[in-house]
Design a protein around this ligand. Structure first.
Ligand code: FDA
Length: 300
């Protein structure tokens, strides 16, 4: 209920202005976002790499409504990609590349990001956003994979069709990030109870771990991490054949612990000034984060 209210409130321009301009917000943002610019993001990436972790950098921004904004996103990724240290890839939101204006524009822009990634010798994963964009995102993914088979997909276990998406994506060379889903889709298309989402996650994990693709297990949930570990043993997968993924600032000790067991662990590192939507999704995920935010407001 709280989650739904927060996600709905996040669309209010007045609330957005109040949150973005509150000086205390910065303190909370710093916990989840590496910094306002690519220099800070690259520093954070280097620190994580030196701890034995892998990185996916995400330039924050979504729901771009004009061509100039989409062009600015492409140029930012084209500038960032040649500078990436070590095993760092990028995550991209198609709505930051103009998906809401025109799918073909988003595809053309995503091609340019992929071409820059190919030149830099790294990969791109397409984040999955609001449920209304899923069909379009899968079409763009399919078109990109013809040329760049390493483009990563995301499946949100909260969607009723998640298992079907996983089955369709579980082929040789396919990189699939499985997450619970951070948006608030209607019950016609999504499971609403946490237990149902978790069960769906496990079914999807089974499919991905049994297939020949490369699963990217994106969760902080200790039970799901244990299940993933059990499934990889059952399937005889070695530690190079899949990876865990977690968000910057969330369960950092667990990220290190898993990496110390020899697992590949990638940290998703967002950066940039357009952090509002991302922050609200992180607050909505966990009441304790909201309490942290409110406490910071009261003790400023
Ligand atoms: P759950 O929310 O049940 O949390 C399990 C435990 O993890 C909590 O008890 C707590 O300990 C810790 N935790 C979780 N969230 C926390 C938070 N915000 N602050 C502090 N602790 C927290 N979603 C999406 O819709 N599209 C996408 O493309 C992506 N991409 C993505 C990439 C990566 C690398 C990750 C890890 C996640 C995403 N997500 C996403 C977000 C995802 O869908 C989901 O909202 C969050 O990961 C939270 O779900 P958990 O699986 O962690 O479980």
């Amino acid at each position: 209920m709280l989650r739904r209210t927060l996600l709905a409130a996040s669309r209010s321009p007045a609330l957005r202005t109040a949150v973005v301009t509150a000086p205390v917000t910065r303190r909370v943002v710093r916990r989840f976002v590496a910094g306002d610019d690519s220099e800070r993001a690259l520093e954070a990436a280097s620190r994580l790499l030196s701890d034995g972790l892998l990185v996916s950098l995400d330039r924050l921004g979504e729901d771009v409504r004009d061509r100039a904004g989409a062009e600015a996103t492409v140029r930012a990724y084209e500038k960032l990609l040649p500078e990436l240290p070590g095993d760092t890839e990028v995550s991209v939101k198609l709505t930051a590349l103009g998906q809401a204006l025109d799918e073909d524009l988003a595809l053309a822009n995503a091609r340019r990001v992929c071409a820059a990634a190919a030149r830099a010798g790294t990969t791109v994963t397409l984040d999955m956003e609001d449920h209304t964009t899923v069909g379009s995102t899968l079409r763009v993914l399919d078109a990109l994979r013809g040329e760049y088979p390493w483009v990563g997909a995301v499946v949100q276990a909260q969607l009723r069709r998640a298992e079907e998406y996983c089955a369709g994506l579980a082929y040789e060379g396919s990189r699939v990030r499985l997450c619970k889903g951070a948006y608030d889709p209607p019950p016609e298309v999504a499971f609403t109870r946490r237990s149902e989402v978790d069960k769906s996650y496990v079914r999807c994990l089974r499919t991905l771990m049994a297939g020949p693709g490369y699963p990217m297990v994106a969760t902080h949930d200790p039970r799901l991490i244990e299940i993933a570990d059990a499934l990889r043993l059952i399937r005889g997968r070695d530690s190079g054949s899949f990876e865990y993924q977690m968000l910057y600032g969330i369960r950092p000790d667990e990220q290190l612990r898993l990496a110390e067991t020899g697992a590949r662990v990638r940290v998703y590192v967002p950066y940039g000034s357009e952090w509002y939507g991302y922050l609200v999704r992180r607050l909505a995920e966990r009441p304790a984060n909201l309490a942290f935010f409110l406490r910071a407001l009261l003790t400023r």
